[in-house]
Structure formats: C-alpha cells, structure tokens
Design a protein around this ligand. Sequence first.
Ligand code: GTP
Ligand code: MG
Length: 341
Amino acid sequence: MPTNVTAEYKKAEQAFRDAREPADRLQCLKEMLRTIPKHKGTEHLQRDIKTRIKQLTDELSAPRKSGARTGPSYSVRPEGAAQIALLGPPNSGKSQLHHIMTGARSEVGPYPFTTQLPLPGMMPFEDIYIQLIDLPPISEEFFEPWIVNSLQPADAALLIIDITNPECIDHIQHVISQLASKKISLKDRFEDSESDVSDEDMEFVDPFRIELPTILVANKIDLADSSEELDALNDLVSYSFPSIAISAQTGKNLDALSRMLFEKMKIVRVYTKVPGKSADTERPFTLIAGGTVADVARQVHKEFAQSFRFAKIWGEHVFDGQQVGPDHVLHDLDIVELHVK
Ligand SMILES: Nc1nc2c(ncn2[C@@H]2O[C@H](COP(=O)(O)OP(=O)(O)OP(=O)(O)O)[C@@H](O)[C@H]2O)c(=O)[nH]1
Ligand SMILES: [Mg+2]
C-alpha cells in the first residue's frame, strides 16, 4: 500500500536530491525528518534518515583521522560540467583511463586493488571540463561501503571492463549486483526519467535510491586480437548500455569517449554578454539539458534571479536578440544577455 506524503516533506526531499554540499544535505535531511508523517508506514524511512543524519554530522564535525573505523563519506565536491564516476572490476584500467583523460596522478598498477581512495580529475572537452572520479574496484568479494557516498553527487558512470579478461562479462554482473544491494542502479538511458514519476508524486519514493546513467567501456582493445576478445565484445550487446571499445594505453577511441559523454549528458554551454559588447567566448557556463535562463542567471550571481527582468538570446533556435523570460530553455552554444532591474 503506498503511503502518501505531504507537500512539505516532498519539498524537503527534492531539496535533498538537489543539494550538493554535505552541509546543505544535512540541513535537508533534518527538514525531511521534521516533516515526514510519523506513523508505522514511515518508521523504516525515519530510521534511514536518522542514520544519514548521524553519518553526515560525524563527517562534518570530525576531521578525518587515519584508521578511524567510521570514516568520512569520501564524496567529492562536483566541479565542471558534470561529475562522472569510474566503476569496474579490479585491474580493468580505471586509473589508467583517469590519468590519460585528466592528467591527474592516479596510481596505476599491474595488480588489482591499486586504487583505495576516490580521486577527482578534470577532463577537458573543447572549451569545458568534465570531472572524472577514479574509485576503488568493485568485485564479487570486494566492495568498499563508502563508494555509496562517493556516488551521491555523481551525474553518470563509466563502467570499465578489461576486454581481454575471459570473465569480463561476469564482472559487469558483479558490479551491477553489488551496487544494487546498496540501492544504486546503473541505467542504460541518459534521458531524464523525472517526468515519469509525476503520477506517484505524493507517494513515498526512497530518497536514498540512486540511478546512474552508465556507459559501458570495453578497455584494453589494443591487446584484443580479432578472435576471442572480440567475441566477448559481441556478448556485450546483450547489455543495453551504450558502449564503446577503447585503449587507455594507446589512446584509441578516447576522443570518441569524451564526445559520447558530452553528448549523452546533453551538456549545454552558454556564453554570456553585456549589452553593447560582444559575448565572452572564453568561459561558458554549463547546464545539463533542460537548463533555463534562470539557471544561468543563478550561476552568474546568486541574487541575479530575483532582480531578473528579461534576457536576450542569440543562437540556432532563436531569432537574433530574441527576448525571453526566465523559463526559456537554452541550447548548446547559445549567447545570453541578462537584463536586470
Ligand atoms: N595493454 C593495456 N593495458 C592497460 C590498459 N589500461 C590499463 N592497462 C594496464 O592494466 C593494469 C591495471 O591498470 P589500472 O589503471 O591500475 O587498473 P584499475 O582498474 O585502476 O585497477 P584497481 O585500482 O585495482 O581497481 C596496469 O598494468 C595498466 O598499465 C590498456 O588499454 N591496454
Ligand atoms: Mg585503480
């Protein structure tokens, strides 16, 4: 039987999903606990919320001590146009890929379990950056519990496998099941699924469930001779994830991979201009598909959204200098001139 929630709780829950800083998330969790209807049907969720509040409070109050049993959440503050988590079995080349794409010094080793902490890095794509987070491996026997926290702010994932490993297909399943046991599902679609939940708007959905759109990356293609390994590639077709075969060693197909990420994420670059001047083409603001003029206004200045009057836009989908309101949806490479009171 679905249990109905109040609009107040729903609002707090939405704010929690949108919050990216740990302190904001904590605030939202407290608001969720305050507004959740207190009855038998919500007991389980109340307990979950309390656990998260405790974890976050501990994390925020205590600086990380080495060897502490309950460590910090290991979540990395998002930067750039999107945050992408690198997932996969041991030794599949996650760190090698991270290093070659971002230049960050991920430790690469010819043995499993080399990576033990999340490591951020920025991958350039044309005039923007996408953040890649290198993570420890996930296998049938091994799963760092804190990876769950690391995945909270992620926008999508790359599931990296070693195509020369005869068990690489099983590895995919192990990663999927380990994550599923923690309410994290890897999904094959990048389209926003928010709209299909409108029917159950006022029903409880688990606020801690995470869905990560995922690209399957078949690595070490340089070692694959055209026989067995490529058969394995064909088996991958049974997974419906978008996929690509690369070599993190030789660099083969890496440009295609970053373009695929950019396109799948539907990242929108917006250039701003001041009236009477030409656009600032140096540094675009970035939005995820569906982002509006108001979203850009907020990035330009926190209070901009309040003083906003209208915007003029140049781009492929508008007349030159077309006047629009805050809800106008922007497209990649649009130029926006904000007018304020
Ligand atoms: N030939 C070849 N070797 C690769 C490729 N990518 C990674 N390797 C090698 O594979 C080994 C494992 O690479 P890592 O990047 O450390 O793998 P990982 O997935 O980060 O491993 P863990 O941190 O243990 O999960 C290293 O010896 C790399 O040099 C590739 O595309 N081709
Ligand atoms: Mg590694």
